[in-house]
Design a protein around this ligand. Structure first.
Ligand code: F6P
Length: 529
């Protein structure tokens, strides 16, 4: 049974849904919809929300005891009920010293930092020019995002190459032009049994042994895992296995030893700045009341848009080349956290949960899928992410990048009617019959809401703050939806079926399956002959 306050939320949604968003956006209380947090602001003034909607969501958040859940998170309470675990990713950025597990985490962090310093200074017995980071999902996406965003800060250090897919083309591409003699292979896997990563770990070790011989190869191996026995069996030496705490979920883990390749490539100072930015956001989330708490308010808005207004799509458009991996990262963070139906809350779910999170880098999306956003028939909760220091010092190009982001947001809201288009065509001298017909195809309804999330500048601190903002926003939304944002039972089934079909393609009895799957297995068998 949904909480009583949800009924008021639905009433607000019906009211807002009937209004012209262009009117809603003509806000006299604009400042109330510019939400500040460390290193950034979220301009939500173009979204279909207003004081009434946010008041209703605040009452709902209070009935869901969101503030209590935030306290529980930072107290190391069991916020992951199905696995009976706390969620301590935030403690990796500092704080939580009163929680018993954190002492171990600090030791793990110190070991990783010491190893990173050693790797950077020739302490491994060879010069590390490349780190081959082998991992997938949360053991890959966060490090990739941070590496793409901050690699210019680590110009003097090694390069990171990433390999995630079981398709050997990925490994081949990742090792093209790479010298095994100056490469550190770092396998990152919390379970150390994810099939793709286990396969790539074997491939990488064979690649090293072939070039360097068995003994030397082992000097080029290291592993990050919660399963040290499996890492040891792979070939990593005792002093080259860096544990990660079970209380840190994969998609929340980049701050742990999962980020070891970043520590080596970027250096301890940049790494410390990334964590410091995240810690500033932690402090904001932990100490700010819900009414001024930006991650919490974004979560309330997300739930209002996705569930109360039933908007099933959330495109994230990162208007910065260095943030091109942000949509990929958020896909796992948000959809693996809140793409759920099982209620984690006593009073159940209130409706549909996480929307489909997708997106790309701007301005490329404008030449790809923005047509659908402007003239398609569906609604989207659009999110622009940009930085005011865009352009890397090139003022004109940076200005153009921001102008494109702002123009897309304005055009999506304002639209342009067929009548306006017709008048423009007539003014250009187009004959009236053609102008009337063409205008119909040029109609843009507008009324598409968007958020513009603006970083003061794209730095290690602001990137840390941005990622921590999304982590806390995702957690808070899970609390509001009434689901557990820290488990992922839905991804286990696919792994089991893949093992069965792998054996079937190899010749084993496929058993009782749907006709399409049986035929596809046969197709693969035929191709292998
Ligand atoms: O997608 C399922 C998942 O378990 C993710 O949660 C995790 O980030 C990824 O696979 C990799 O898992 P591991 O780090 O154990 O290899």
């Amino acid at each position: 049974m949904a909480p009583a306050t949800w009924t008021r939320v639905e009433t607000e949604a019906r009211r807002l849904g009937a209004l012209d968003l262009r009117t809603v956006a003509q806000r006299s209380d604009l400042d109330s919809f510019i939400w500040r947090a460390p290193h950034l602001e979220a301009d939500v003034a173009k979204q279909p929300i207003d004081a009434g909607a946010m008041s209703a969501m605040l009452a709902f958040a209070r009935e869901r005891d969101l503030a209590g859940h935030i306290e529980k998170l930072f107290a190391g309470g069991i916020v992951n009920a199905s696995e009976n675990r706390p969620a301590l990713h935030w403690a990796l950025r500092g704080g939580g010293e009163e929680i018993s597990a954190v002492a171990d985490m600090r030791r793990q962090q110190a070991e990783a930092t010491a190893f990173a310093k050693s790797a950077r200074s020739g302490g491994l017995g060879f010069e590390v020019k490349t780190i081959l980071h082998v991992g997938i999902g949360g053991s890959d996406l966060g490090p990739r995002l941070v590496w793409d965003a901050l690699r210019s800060y680590g110009a003097a250090g090694p390069e990171i190459r990433f390999c995630a897919n079981i398709d050997p083309e990925d490994f081949l591409e990742a090792t093209t032009g790479v010298d095994p003699a100056t490469t550190l292979v770092l396998v990152v896997s919390k379970s150390f049994k994810t099939p793709e990563t286990a396969s790539n770990a074997r491939l990488a070790r064979e690649w090293l042994v072939k070039a360097l011989g068995e003994t030397a190869a082992n000097q080029h191996l290291a592993a990050v895992s919660s399963a040290p026995d499996r890492a040891r069996a792979w070939g990593a030496g005792e002093d080259r296995i860096f544990p990660m705490d079970e209380a840190v979920g994969g998609r929340y883990s980049l701050w742990s030893s999962v980020g070891l390749s970043l520590q080596i490539a970027l250096g301890p100072d940049i790494w410390a700045r990334l964590l410091a930015g995240g810690r500033e956001m932690d402090n904001h989330f932990r100490t700010t009341g819900l009414q001024e708490n930006t991650p919490a308010r974004l979560a309330m808005m997300d739930v209002f848009l996705a569930t109360a207004l039933d908007i099933p799509s959330r495109p994230v458009l990162a208007y910065a080349h260095r943030l091109r991996r942000l949509p990929d990262f958020l896909q796992q963070l948000e959809m693996e956290s809140n793409g759920k139906s099982a209620a984690d809350s006593a009073d159940g779910r209130v409706g549909d949960t996480a929307p489909v999170v997708w997106g790309s880098v701007g301005t490329l999306g404008q030449h790809s899928f923005h047509q659908l956003l402007h003239q398609g028939t569906r609604r989207h909760a659009i999110e622009f992410v940009a930085a005011l220091d865009a352009g890397a010092g090139d003022t004109a190009r940076g200005r153009a990048l921001l102008a494109n982001a702002f123009a897309q947001a304005e055009g999506l809201l304002a639209g342009r009617s067929a009548a306006e288009a017709e008048a423009q065509l007539l003014a250009q001298g187009v004959d009236p019959v053609r102008a009337r017909k063409q205008a119909r195809d040029m109609d843009m309804p507008g009324q598409h809401g968007s958020t513009t999330l603006l970083l003061d500048a794209l730095t290690p601190e602001s990137l840390g703050a941005l990622i921590a903002l999304y982590e806390h926003r995702t957690f808070a939304a899970g609390v509001l939806w009434g689901v557990n944002p820290f488990d992922q039972w839905g991804v286990e089934r696919g792994k089991v079926l893949a093992e069965e079909l792998d054996a079937a393609i190899a010749g084993a009895d496929p058993g009782n399956r749907d006709p399409s799957t049986l035929r596809l297995v046969q197709q693969a068998r035929n191709a292998a002959r």
